[in-house]
Design a protein around this ligand. Structure first.
Ligand SMILES: Cc1cc2nc3c(=O)[nH]c(=O)nc-3n(C[C@H](O)[C@H](O)[C@H](O)COP(=O)(O)OP(=O)(O)OC[C@H]3O[C@@H](n4cnc5c(N)ncnc54)[C@H](O)[C@@H]3O)c2cc1C
Length: 254
């Protein structure tokens, strides 16, 4: 059984792009239909492999943005200027194109619907993607006793927000998701905090207190993740309850 699951994850599959959605001026969502997709949990990612006509091939990791939904899988890619792969995915890829990928990968940085333990999500930039999959999986989880979620989302400026409309709706639908935005460069008019990095005071004010023993997921660029995790531990959170994912470079030939 376990062996079959591992083999499934290692198998390269071909997905077809069925839809493309611009999420911000520099990020877009790629909706894929992947025949035989075995399903996934919020927080998992895929490896994506691109091969040029001359045989040159390279691969990158991308988190899954959507909740499990049959053979439909969504990824959201933020363009890194001068990057090898992300500019292709955000600007060149078209509906109908095929993409080679394998997964779902990851068994640690995942949220499983279950007991209503509070959950703290902390995202830096496109680090929101796997956390959004958790938020969507929570919304899709049937029954009562759904875990209360808090999201602290650090982003450069309002224009760079991912899933802004959906997050706004989910945060006001009365199902127990609280969202706090922290703008690092430019805040919208009337925003309660001036632009700045996530700091100890913000962590104290808007995240679950250590006594609540939240399951915590932190994702974003390496520096952001290290700083946020350090602030949580300094605030008294149990390091064993903090899971992190770093969106560092993943380049390389397969
Ligand atoms: C587990 C995992 C999940 C990921 N999920 C996502 C996701 O959901 N969405 C997403 O957009 N990206 C995600 N990434 C990052 C992604 O894998 C690539 O690293 C990113 O798209 C850049 O690839 P590139 O080929 O365009 O840039 P490259 O050609 O690899 O790099 C170009 C330059 O940018 C720097 N760089 C590379 N990656 C980053 C980065 N993430 N942030 C800042 N600088 C970088 C490199 O050091 C280099 O200097 C994830 C990474 C990991 C490890």
């Amino acid at each position: 059984m376990a062996r079959t699951a591992i083999l499934e994850r290692l198998t390269w599959r071909v997905g077809t792009v069925t839809e493309l959605r611009q999420e911000s001026p520099t990020a877009r969502t790629i909706v894929l239909h992947i025949p035989g997709w075995p399903g996934h949990l919020g927080g998992q990612h895929v490896d994506l492999r691109l091969t040029a006509p001359d045989g040159y091939s390279t691969q990158r990791s991308y988190s899954i943005a959507s909740a499990a939904d049959g053979e439909r899988v969504e990824l959201t890619v933020e363009e890194i200027p001068d990057g090898e792969v992300s500019p292709y995915l955000t600007q060149v890829l078209e509906v109908g194109d095929a993409l080679e990928l394998r997964g779902p990968i990851g068994g640690w940085f995942v949220w499983r619907p279950g007991p209503p333990t509070p959950v703290q999500l902390i995202a830096g930039g496109s680090g929101l993607v796997p956390l959004m999959a958790m938020i969507r999986a929570r919304a899709a989880a049937p029954g009562t006793g759904v875990a209360p979620f808090r999201l602290l989302y650090s982003v450069r400026e309002p224009e760079a927000l991912l899933y802004a409309a959906e997050l706004g709706e989910r945060a006001t639908d009365g199902t127990g998701l609280e969202v706090t935005y922290a703008y690092t460069r430019l805040a919208p008019e009337g925003h309660e905090r001036p632009p700045g990095r996530v700091d100890a005071a913000l962590v104290r004010d808007v995240t679950w207190p250590p006594e609540s023993r939240p399951s915590t997921f932190v994702c974003g660029p390496t520096g952001f993740v290290e700083s946020a995790a350090g602030l949580l531990v300094a605030a008294g959170h149990d390091p064993a309850l903090i899971r992190t994912e770093r969106f560092g470079p993943t380049g390389g030939r397969p």
